[in-house]
Design a protein around this ligand. Sequence first.
Ligand code: SAM
Length: 229
Amino acid sequence: MKLYLIPTPIGNLEDITLRALRVLKEVDMVFCEDTRTTGNLLRHYGIEQKCYPYHIHNEHQTLEKTIAMIKSVGSVALTSDAGTPAISDPGFLLVRECLKEGIEVECLPGATALIPALVNSGLPCDSFYFHGFLPHKKGKESTLKKLAEMDCTVMFYESPYRLLKTLEMMMEPFGSDRRLSVARELTKIHEENFRGTISEAIQYFSQKTVKGEIVVVVENGERREENNS
Ligand code: SAM
């Protein structure tokens, strides 16, 4: 019995490994965050598979049934809409339950938005903290305050609708001249990596309608002081 977690492209359809394609072909069934999205990917690569929904809205309720299905068929794969399952996506609960039930788990290496955003940023990659999505309302201010004090590069996922407000809220805890990078639409036609200070980012993004998918990468506060001294 085995559960494979299969990273899928975050934009460019070529960003899937040969092993991911082979495993998707060989497993007994595929659990998908969205059966249409994974269905399109499988069709693109000429893979015929049985797809079953496994998403955030049914993750808790279907856990028992999903485990029973894995036990009855043998090997299954889990995909999310884009990137690595369980990274700000459904998957963690299933991994934990599989391990409890003695089912082997293997996450294939592959596409995710956070690593290319980090490396493209030009900020130190030796030590970083990834927060996932920030809270939308309650707790956002205190979370940003905590992130501002971390002694490593800090990263989070953000929606284009909230980016500007978040940058404005970052001004006080991080300071207007803290360097950051905003990675947008990675691997897609309109990919953009904005690099500058927080105040430059506010100026830049307030002049346009912000669209697409976004990762924010922020310089470490302590190193910044070292660099400036
Ligand atoms: N599991 C995915 C991963 O491994 O990166 C993350 C899924 S999470 C629901 C979606 C968020 O990831 C987006 O809101 C955005 O913050 C980030 N993201 C996904 N694709 C991206 C891309 N092509 N460019 C920039 N950010 C992306």
